[in-house]
Write a protein that binds this ligand. Structure first.
Ligand code: DP6
Length: 412
């Protein structure tokens, strides 16, 4: 390895994912092994994703990381586990153009600079750790020429954050809980790609939250320790639901999909209530959105909207198709209008063509009023994000998108 001041870097983009059958509870806290399988949908990275640049240079004196522009410590065991696992699989890297050769054995001595950025507000409480750890592992695997398939990489990302393993694929993804003690079979697999069910439209209502929420990590630990409902869920309920959900996804059966998605979200929150002390992730606005969707689905001949809530009050609504999504957006904007000083551009993010089609002029059509029922109190939504099922991680070839300076390896 020559001792000049070269910097080699890779930039990758990785999507976030939303579980439709939830992961809640670990059987091994260190390796992050779950007590049940889970299934998620990957969101279009154009709307929600993490961008990460990883770089290596003989001039770096220690591993460093910047998250959304701020330097953070890499000393936590989750980062350390991911870095160790990836380094141990690193291989020779040769860049003939630049005349750089890194041998397999060099990786142990070389240090890394990592910069990561979310294209959505971090404070939104949207699974940022999922996209973040998946992107870190994916980008490092490319930089270090790690010869593993995405499922094997998912087992490394899993050790950063459980839900991260599902962000290594696009479309619909299943995380097999696995049986082995070392976690080598606790990996994610793709069920179908993002083209399989591309009618779906996903609308996220980012709901303002006043309370500091219990983190998923400590929440699920408390549920494992205290909730009998969680034991029943993991043993009896989820195994059946997983099979039914796989069928529903394979057949694009929106009626079953909605039933399973909503029931599973509700059971997850029931488990939180059954935890001692109880954990409340949803708030009044979340509950109002559930009522709205339940009423809507009852008034339609077949269900048109599924809802799911993670460890926070935000609603993730999955509309059967674009026509339903446009109507739903009209109903949502009627019930949760932006504050007078908020313009529509900052109130509806992502695929804004939906809101354009929804049209904001004039009265809400009676048909939609009938579907949402009387919604007299105004709720508190900070903003909406419109998205759809999306692809898995990609390497970005355009060097101008790198978050680190190509000569210094420091944040731009
Ligand atoms: C409610 O993956 O954030 O979003 O593994 O401790 O990092 P750790 O937890 P995390 O938990 C996600 C829980 C969930 C459901 C899900 O994504 O399946």
């Amino acid at each position: 390895m020559a001792e000049e001041k070269w910097v080699v870097m890779v930039t990758a983009q990785t999507p976030t994912n939303i579980a439709v059958i939830k992961y809640w509870g670990k059987r091994d806290e260190v390796r992050i092994l779950p007590i049940n399988d889970s299934i998620s949908v990957t969101l279009d990275p154009d709307h929600l994703c993490t961008l990460t640049t990883v770089s290596v240079s003989p001039s770096f004196d220690r591993d460093r990381m910047w998250l959304n522009g701020k330097e953070i410590s890499l000393s936590g065991s989750r980062y350390q586990n991911c870095l160790r696992e990836i380094r141990s699989r690193a291989d020779d890297v040769e860049d003939n153009e630049k005349g750089i050769k890194i041998e397999k054995k060099d990786w142990e001595k070389l240090h890394l600079h990592i910069a990561s950025h979310n294209n959505f507000p971090t404070a939104a409480g949207l699974a940022s750790s999922a996209a973040g750890f998946a992107c870190l592992v994916f980008a490092l695997a490319k930089l270090m020429n790690v010869n593993e398939d995405p499922s094997q990489l998912s087992a490394i990302a899993r050790q950063g954050s459980g839900s991260a393993c599902r962000s290594l694929f696009g479309g619909f993804v299943k995380w097999n809980m696995g049986e082995k003690e070392d976690g080598s079979d606790s990996v994610a697999v793709q069920l179908v790609d993002d083209k399989h069910w591309d009618d779906l439209v996903i609308i996220i209502a980012v709901v303002s939250s006043r309370e500091k929420e219990t983190s998923s990590t400590s929440g699920m630990r408390e549920s494992v320790e205290t909730s009998l409902l969680l034991q029943h869920r993991a043993k009896e309920v989820v195994p059946v639901r997983i099979l039914q959900m796989e069928e529903a996804i394979k057949n694009r059966d929106f009626t079953s999909f909605t039933k399973l998605t909503c029931s599973d979200s509700n059971q997850f929150h029931a488990v939180c209530m059954d935890t001692s002390p109880p954990i409340f992730y949803m708030n009044d606005t979340s509950h109002r959105i559930i009522s709205l969707v339940e009423k809507w689905n009852r008034s339609a001949s077949t269900p048109e909207i599924a809802y799911t809530f993670d460890a926070g009050p935000n609603a993730v609504l999955i509309a059967r198709n674009r026509k339903v999504a446009v109507e739903l957006m009209q109903g949502l904007l009627y019930c949760f209008p932006p504050k007078p000083d908020t313009d529509m551009k900052s109130y509806v993010l992502g695929d804004t063509s939906i809101v354009k089609e929804a049209g904001l002029e004039g009265e809400l059509p009676q048909g939609i009023k009938d579907k949402i029922g009387s919604q007299d109190q105004k709720g508190e939504v900070s903003y909406f994000i419109c998205s759809r099922p999306g692809r898995g991680p990609v390497v970005l070839q355009d060097q101008t998108q790198a978050l680190l300076h190509p000569q210094t390896g420091l944040p731009k």
